[in-house]
Structure formats: structure tokens, C-alpha cells
Design a protein around this ligand. Structure first.
Ligand SMILES: C[S@@+](CC[C@H](N)C(=O)[O-])C[C@H]1O[C@@H](n2cnc3c(N)ncnc32)[C@H](O)[C@@H]1O
Length: 601
């Protein structure tokens, strides 16, 4: 992560940045701590300085994007009225203190708003071998290819002989690293069903590869036949490194997992070998934020209460027929290809007491404390020499104020001297007054600012969803004050409904009478404030990157406090993949090598 000079920030500069951000958040944090659905019930608009209300009220969406959220040159921003200095300073500070999310030299998007690689085909990356695109959504294709290259380079410069992918989901990254880039990979995933899918996709790839090779005898495809080794196991963020893996969580259906099979076969995945089962932190809490949260107003996407990381990871399952059940065209035998070799023998906890060699830990969108576990095991396990971490779901981080965020069971009692909770990790940030981040602030940090800007610019009708929901909240509370912030966000395509219809569905969802008469004048008065709801949410989104920056700064400072070198690299296209900052670290001093990992294509 570079400063104004273009040079990476020194540790002292990082510490100062953390001080500055905590200071700003102590002044304006109430904006990111607010729930937009409480816009009317909590009079959020009335809590803004009067001078801010005066210039923001009824500001058209494209102007909100241009004057507030977009980081244009100051002289190019056109204000139609004189803005108060405090608001101008607030905006400038928010833009200045947040880490840049623009990938170096590769920020360009093609005409369809997608990365260049999707110019010709919206769904198929032109830069990824078609064999690695099957079952993989465009966003994941983009991420896997970019992160794969970084992991490959890092493993070369740190001379790693094994990559461990933590929270590997359906194994898309692990598959590309192993088959595509020839790395020896162990993929660890807590959900046995995902492990099942991953091993099936591996098998399918090998058979497809064989067909391809047979077709192209003169010009063979350069792909390894050594696939990843899949392990079903639960990573305990609090465990000492020897106890890295736990049995899969009992709540997870492992009936179909390779672990349920009597004798694990190479294609079926491995088992953990943790010494003693410890207390297990269950996997699923709703992934409320980001592009998936209903608060972004993105209709048709799963919202709070209806979505989990595991669900997200399984998302591509829907509509994807199991290729191994089909006996028609494209039939793939239900067994390993004769030439297929997994990366390493089964039943080995890659970080357990039997660990050997030089390991690189990687985690693509490892949610909540799972990214923290990755960092902790990097600092603790002598075999781990490098790591790359892309975080997500910051609201699932454990904190002193919220040791068990919604959906997580009580954490294991901390057994050692390292930080108890997922945030803060560093001694420096822990010592800063006002460093605490509320659940809501961490959830807002998962939103996609770039995506919202696109909606503002196009005056998307989806923008009305927040106002609908905030109005509904007043109706719900009027009917039953105990019912607060309940999840009704699964109202499909809410923005296309008349408010009455939306309200009827919403009231029904929270167990209230859908036919109750509405106070039309009151409802209309609230709906008329839609643009102010949008403006307030834009202010929260302006601060959201500061929250993410503080969380990632804390991790960087923690790694350096432990004596390790690290870099934060904006890697993915931020409009396409909003959690796009990759934290890279190595144990040996690599000079400037870390900052050059994300070279141009
Ligand atoms: C957001 S998904 C990302 C999946 C995959 N890396 C990808 O990018 O497609 C996070 C994954 O981590 C898994 N997971 C979460 N916490 C875990 C833990 N403590 N141990 C093992 N797996 C975990 C979830 O089951 C889920 O599949």
C-alpha cells in the first residue's frame, strides 16, 4: 500500500494513519454505526449538522456520486451551492485516509463495466483457460486468476513447496493453483459438501484435460495432472498451530463428504489429524454486507438472514447439474483418472505436528476470524514462510465488545498470549483511544462503494429500496415496538413493487397483519424523503473504506510487531470484486519483492 509519494507506507506512517482514522471515526463514527432502516425511527437525518442537511437535501443521485463519493480532482467537482467547510473537510479526509482500491496499472474496465478480460464474453474470462472456467462465476474467474499468479510468484520467491488454501469452498482457487500453475496444494474447507463438490470438479477437469490432450497431440495443453488434496476440517482461529484443524462442525452435513466414506480415496479428500477435538466455532453467520446485503438495495440477491459464506460458496451449485450423474454426452466416470495424483498423501494436517517443508498459506475471502486464523498460524507455525490473505465479512470478526457476533458460538477460551479477538490484533491499534468498531461499522465496511456509485450515476430504481425498508420499519414498530430490525430483506425485486405491496409482504414476513390500513399521508411523507435516505447512506459509504483500512492496517501492524514484512496490494477490479485488497507477508526479508508481486498481465 503506497502513500502519496507512491512509496510503500513505513510502519511509522501506518501507525499514524491508524491514529488519524480512529480520530475521524471518533468524530463521525455515528454515521457508520447507524442502521439505514432506522432512518425515520431514529431521525438519522436530524442528527446530521444542519449545514450538511441544507446542501445534501434532495441532491440528485448522479450529483451525490460526483460530489461526495467519487474521488475526482477537486477543481473538476462542480458544486451548485456553497458547501460548508466541515462537509468538504469530511469528504476530503475520508478520501485521503482510505487505502486506494485501484489496482496498479490495471484499473481499467471495459465498456460493459467488467474487467477487460470480459470484453468479448461477459461470463468467460478470455485470460483463463476454459478448463478452469467451468462451474466458476465470472467474479471468481477474475479473482482466481489474479490471486493465483500472486501466490505462484510468492511461492517461488519464498521457495515454498506446499500451498495451503484455507476456507477453499468449491476449490476453484486450489484447482487453478494445482492443475493450472503446477503447485502442490492442500485445500481445507469446513463444509464437507463443498469438499465433495471440489473433488468432483477436480475429477471432471482431469477427464476434460485428457480429452483435450487427445485432441491436440501436436500442441499439448500445459496443465499439470497433480490436483489439490482436499481436507474437510474446521480451522480454529484460537488454536495453537499444532491444533490447526478440527473435525468438521457437527452442524454441517458431512454425510456426503469424503470423510463419511470408509476409506478415503485420493480423489475423495483427506481428514484432519488434530490431537484433541476442541470447542468448535460454527461456520455460518449470514454474510449481510457487500453486494449480497439487502442494504445495498440489490434486488434479487440474498440478504441478511438468508445468506451465508458457505451458501455463497455453494451458490454456483444451483443450476449446475452434477456432471458425474449424467450418463449422456460429457459423461465423466465416477472415479479418479488413472493418471491423476493429488498433491500429498491423505490424513495429514498440513500444519499439524507432522507438518514438514515450507508452506504458504492462502485464503480467498476467508470470512471473519478465518483470515485472522491464517495470520496467527503464519506468525506461529515455523513451517509457514509466506501468506496471502483476502478478507471478507468483517462483521463476523470477534471483538471484545462483541465476542460472539450473530451466528457464531462462544469462542474457545484463549489459551495463550496472543490477541484474544479477531479485532484488534496489534498492540498499537489496541492502545489507540476510540479504536473499537461496532458490528454495524464492520458490516458497512463490506459494502461495495463502486457498485453504489454506479447505481447513483444511473439513478437506478434499486436505490429506493432503503427508503422502502426504513418506512416499513416505522410501520412495524408502530404495530409492535418489540419488533426491531427484523430481517424482511428477502422481498424479491422490492424496488419494482408499489410500496403498499412491499409493505404487505414485509408485514407478513414479520408476523404482522398485512391487511392493516396504512396512514397514507404519513407513508407518502416518508417516501418523499427517499433522496435524503440515499444521501445518508452515501455518507456512510464514504466512511466505510476507512473502517476497512483500519482493520487491514491493524493486521499489517500486527505482522510487523511480530517481526514480519508485509504489503497490502489492491489486486482485483474493485467494481467487480469489492474486497480486493490482498495482504501478502513473508518471513524472510524480501526487500521490495513483495510490492512487485502483482505485476501486469
Ligand atoms: C466466502 S467463502 C470463500 C470460499 C473460497 N475461498 C472462494 O473464494 O470461493 C469462505 C469459506 O470458508 C469456509 N470456512 C469459514 N470458516 C471456516 C473455518 N473456520 N474452517 C474451515 N473453513 C471455514 C466456509 O465454509 C466457506 O466455504
Amino acid at each position: 500500500m503506497t502513500g502519496l509519494s507512491g512509496q510503500p507506507l513505513s510502519l511509522e506512517e501506518q501507525k499514524q494513519l491508524a491514529v488519524n482514522i480512529t480520530h475521524v471515526l471518533s468524530l463521525y463514527g455515528s454515521i457508520v454505526d447507524s442502521y439505514i432502516i432506522e432512518f425515520f425511527t431514529d431521525n438519522l437525518w436530524g442528527k446530521l449538522p444542519y449545514s450538511w442537511q441544507a446542501v445534501l437535501t434532495d441532491l440528485p443521485s448522479p450529483q451525490l456520486a460526483a460530489v461526495l463519493l467519487e474521488k475526482g480532482k477537486p477543481e473538476e467537482v462542480c458544486y451548485s451551492v456553497v458547501w460548508p467547510l466541515s462537509l468538504l473537510a469530511f469528504k476530503a479526509t475520508a478520501h485521503t485516509l482510505a487505502f486506494s482500491r485501484t489496482p496498479r496499472g490495471r484499473g481499467g474496465a471495459s465498456a460493459n463495466g467488467r474487467p477487460e478480460e470480459f470484453r468479448e464474453n461477459r461470463c468467460q474470462s478470455s485470460k483463463l483457460n476454459p478448463l478452469f472456467r467451468k462451474h466458476v462465476k465470472p467474479k471468481k474467474q477474475h479473482e482466481v486468476r489474479q490471486l493465483g499468479k500472486v501466490v505462484k510468484k510468492l511461492s517461488e520467491i519464498t521457495r515454498c513447496d506446499q500451498v495451503v488454501d484455507i476456507g477453499s469452498g468449491q476449490g476453484h482457487l486450489a484447482r487453478f493453483l494445482a492443475f493450472g500453475l503446477g503447485l502442490s496444494v492442500t485445500a481445507i474447507e469446513g463444509d464437507g459438501r463443498l469438499v465433495d463438490m471440489a473433488t468432483k470438479f477436480d475429477r471432471e477437469l482431469v477427464w476434460a484435460l485428457e480429452k483435450e490432450q487427445a485432441r491436440r497431440t501436436k500442441d499439448p495443453v500445459e496443465i499439470s495432472l497433480r490436483g489439490p488434496s482436499h481436507v474437510t476440517g474446521w480451522v480454529d482461529p484460537q488454536a495453537p498451530w499444532q491444533e490447526f484443524l478440527l473435525p468438521p462442525h457437527p452442524g454441517i452435513d458431512t454425510a456426503h463428504s469424503p470423510m463419511a466414506e470408509s476409506s478415503p480415496s485420493p480423489e475423495a479428500g483427506a481428514t484432519y489429524d488434530s490431537p484433541e477435538p476442541r470447542k468448535i466455532i460454527p461456520p455460518t453467520a449470514p454474510c449481510e454486507g457487500g453486494r449480497d446485503g439487502a442494504e445495498t438495495g440489490k434486488a434479487g440477491e440474498k440478504g441478511p438472514g438468508g445468506w451465508s459464506c458457505m451458501a455463497a460458496a455453494r451458490e454456483e451449485q444451483g443450476g449446475t447439474p452434477d456432471p458425474f450423474r449424467s450418463r449422456g454426452r460429457g459423461y465423466v466416470p465416477n472415479g479418479p483418472h488413472p493418471l491423476y495424483r493429488p498433491s500429498r498423501p491423505m490424513a495429514v494436517n498440513p500444519l499439524g505436528p507432522l507438518a514438514e517443508g515450507r508452506l504458504l498459506l492462502t485464503g480467498l475471502h476467508a470470512c471473519g476470524d478465518l483470515s485472522v486464523a491464517l495470520l496467527r498460524h503464519f506468525t506461529r507455525c515455523p513451517h509457514v514462510v509466506a501468506m496471502t490473505s483476502v478478507a471478507c465479512c468483517y462483521m463476523k470478526l470477534t471483538t471484545q465488545e462483541e465476542p460472539t457476533p450473530p451466528g457464531l458460538a462462544a469462542p474457545s477460551p484463549p489459551s495463550t498470549d496472543w490477541p484474544k479477538y479477531g479485532y484488534p490484533l496489534s498492540a498499537w491499534v489496541s492502545g489507540l483511544p476510540g479504536h473499537a468498531l461496532s458490528y454495524k461499522a464492520r458490516e458497512v465496511a463490506c459494502h461495495a462503494v463502486e457498485d453504489y456509485v454506479l447505481r447513483l450515476r444511473s439513478e437506478s430504481p434499486v436505490l429506493r429500496t432503503h427508503c422502502y425498508r426504513a418506512t416499513l420499519e416505522t410501520l412495524i414498530r408502530a404495530a409492535d415496538p418489540v419488533k426491531r430490525r427484523l430481517g424482511v430483506q428477502t422481498v424479491n425485486k422490492a424496488h419494482q413493487l408499489a410500496f403498499e405491496e412491499y409493505a404487505r409482504l414485509g408485514l407478513q414476513r414479520v408476523g404482522l397483519d398485512p391487511a392493516a390500513p396504512l396512514d397514507r399521508a404519513c407513508v407518502d411523507a416518508m417516501l418523499a424523503q427517499q433522496q435524503n435516505v440515499v444521501a445518508f447512506f452515501s455518507l456512510a459509504l464514504l466512511l466505510a473504506p476507512l473502517v476497512e483500512t483500519l482493520i487491514l492496517l491493524d493486521r499489517m501492524i500486527y505482522l510487523q510487531e511480530q517481526g514480519f514484512q508485509c504489503q497490502l496490494i489492491p489486486l482485483f477490479n474493485p467494481s467487480f470484486s469489492p474486497r480486493n485488497l490482498v495482504l501478502v507477508a513473508a518471513k524472510a526479508g524480501l526487500g521490495s519483492a513483495l510490492s512487485t508481486l502483482a505485476g501486469d498481465d
